[in-house]
Design a binder for this molecule. Structure first.
Ligand code: C2O
Ligand code: CU
Ligand code: CU
Length: 549
């Protein structure tokens, strides 16, 4: 592979409140095709890219003056039959992707965005196990994009339409034809009908755009929403429900002074891709610093990290605890009291927060040390009949010894001579390389992600739920010299909050992260990828094929 494209990282130094650019400080970067990892001292400082527009100073905004939006629950538009479900009629939902404007904050002018049914997050799609449904995803977007497309990225070449979209329900067990294959995008004026069989346990899933080469831009524009699955076992637990159960979708954005969304570009106009995108403020269900009036009782909040690359470290003021009840793919075995919840992009945590006894008080949800949402506790005379049972459900551990295949997959990147990331790679392969992962239906496999980059990457597999077996440090020099994994320390089992069912796992730098899963679901082509959207769009996504049993 030639090092033809020079990439620059976004410099965050000039951004108020933005995460610092730590990339240049990371100890070691190595990539397939490079014989030795470079140490930071050898690395040229990536050229910093100043934002091209004046950015908002979020500290100048009045805090907690807007109510937290709660996305509406999607309603079926009618009932339809479908050949895959003979003798049944299924509810049909219509979701329209469209441009709209909304105020991110009382004191900002309306911000142009894209969303489903005219909002971002879009309506929450509530489903129940055993009840299949149909969704028509209609692309009613304009024909030009308002964010900068990099035409040198695979799948986003100049001959492709500027505006393309295809929706994927993250974490859903659906047939390949309804999964939102990235190349199955379609243009404004077109729509696609997908079917969702409803064959999975209760969980907080989310839907989002997945169009090849521009997913990062389409999601940044606002194309996402929550998709919840309920089931009888979870309902029987009597957890907080109805108005006391809501998604909280968090993302950071670079917001310009005039309220527009700014997406960063490199200093090379022919290749504007940046390897990470960190915002200057966090949106909670589409608002900056909202407040939420709550009753002195239990609430269930479904926290979803829908950011492009940023990781959230969430806590409550006054050391108030979260009770975490679920991770990506549903309930844990028991509630876990936690002071901090850390979420990488696409990860979820359902938490119960108990506001009882706090009438008249306020609590803040913090991202690191900054309050991003204020809860105001007001007694309205209600009575909390919900429960937080001591046991939630069994999560039987997968025995790695039952696996029929153990795959070792490197997470790498191709750098230029200056050490700037140009392309992110899975197992040294590009998206268009032949399919190499072909698990067989109803078998168990383990996948080991050998992270040879200087960053953690959130790795996501479509279709399946998995368990984290362990993370283990390895010798990067031995890998670079001989492509062998030489462990340098003991395997670390996942902490309790990571022992539930997952669909996205943080693969740490310098570690081998091992997961186990059983490939149930229908045969066909699916994808797995890094959920840093900048990486996913630039080759850190691969197809896999589920072969029939
Ligand atoms: Cu959140 Cu490929 O998906
Ligand atoms: Cu997914
Ligand atoms: Cu990545």
């Amino acid at each position: 592979m030639t090092l033809s494209r020079r990439r620059f990282l976004l410099g965050a130094g000039t951004l108020v409140g933005a995460c610092a650019l730590t990339d240049a400080l990371r100890p070691v970067r190595a990539a397939p095709g490079m014989s030795m990892p470079m140490k930071s001292a050898d690395r040229k400082m990536p050229q910093l890219t100043a934002p091209k527009v004046p950015l908002l100073n979020p500290t100048s905004l009045s805090k907690f003056v807007d109510a937290l939006p709660v996305p509406p629950i999607a309603r079926a538009a009618g009932q339809r039959t479908h050949p895959a479900y003979p003798g049944r009629t299924l509810p049909l939902y219509r979701m329209q992707m469209q441009a709209f404007r909304s105020r991110l904050h009382r004191d900002l002018p309306p911000t142009p965005q894209w969303g489903y049914n005219g909002s971002s997050p879009g309506p929450t799609i509530q489903t129940t196990r055993g009840e299949p449904l149909l969704i028509e995803w209609a692309n009613n977007l304009p024909t030009t994009h308002f964010l900068p497309i990099d035409h040198t990225i695979h799948g986003a070449e100049k001959d492709k339409p500027l505006v393309r979209a295809v929706t994927h329900v993250h974490g859903a067990r659906v047939p390949a034809g309804s999964d939102g294959w990235p190349e199955d995008w379609y243009v404004p004026g077109k729509s696609l009908q997908y079917h969702y069989p409803g064959v999975q346990d209760a969980a907080t899933l989310w839907y989002h755009d997945h169009a090849m080469g521009i997913t990062r831009l389409n999601i940044y524009a606002g194309l996402f929403g929550a998709f919840t699955v309920r089931d009888a076992e979870e309902l029987a637990l009597n957890l907080p429900s109805g108005d006391y159960d809501l998604p909280l979708m968090l993302c950071d954005r670079l917001i310009a002074k005039d309220g527009q969304l700014y997406y960063p570009v490199s200093d090379d106009p022919s290749a504007p891709w940046v390897s990470e995108c960190h915002g200057n403020a966090v949106l909670c269900n589409g608002k900056l610093y909202p407040y939420f009036e709550v009753e002195p009782r239990r609430y269930r909040l479904r926290l979803v990290n829908v950011a492009n690359t940023s990781f959230f470290d969430l806590s409550l003021s006054h050391d108030h605890p979260f009770q975490q009840i679920a991770s990506d793919q549903g309930l844990l075995t028991a509630p876990l009291e936690r002071s901090h919840i850390q979420l990488y992009p696409a990860e979820r945590a359902d938490v119960v927060i108990d506001f009882s006894g706090l009438d008249g008080q306020s609590l803040q949800l913090r991202q690191q040390s900054e309050g991003i949402l204020e809860f105001r506790v007001r007694d309205r005379g209600g009575h909390d009949t919900s429960a937080l049972p001591a046991a939630l459900r069994p999560v039987p551990r997968i025995d790695p010894a039952s696996a029929v295949q153990h795959r070792q997959l490197a997470l790498g990147e191709q750098d230029d001579a200056g050490g700037n990331a140009m392309t992110m790679l899975l197992d040294g392969k590009m998206w268009s390389d032949p399919i190499s992962e072909k698990p067989r239906q109803h078998t168990t496999e383990t996948w080991s992600f050998v992270n040879i980059t200087g960053d953690a990457h959130p790795i996501h597999l479509h279709l399946v739920r998995f368990q984290i077996i362990d993370r283990r440090p390895f010798d990067l020099f031995a890998w670079n010299a001989h492509r062998i994994v030489k462990y340098t320390g003991p395997a670390q089992p996942p902490p309790p909050h990571e022992t539930g069912w997952k669909d996205t796992v943080r693969a740490d730098a310098g570690m081998v992260t091992r997961i186990a899963m059983r490939f149930d679901g229908e045969p066909g082509r699916y994808v797995w990828h890094c959920h840093f959207l900048e990486h996913e769009d630039n080759e850190m996504m691969r197809p896999y094929e589920l072969l029939p049993a």
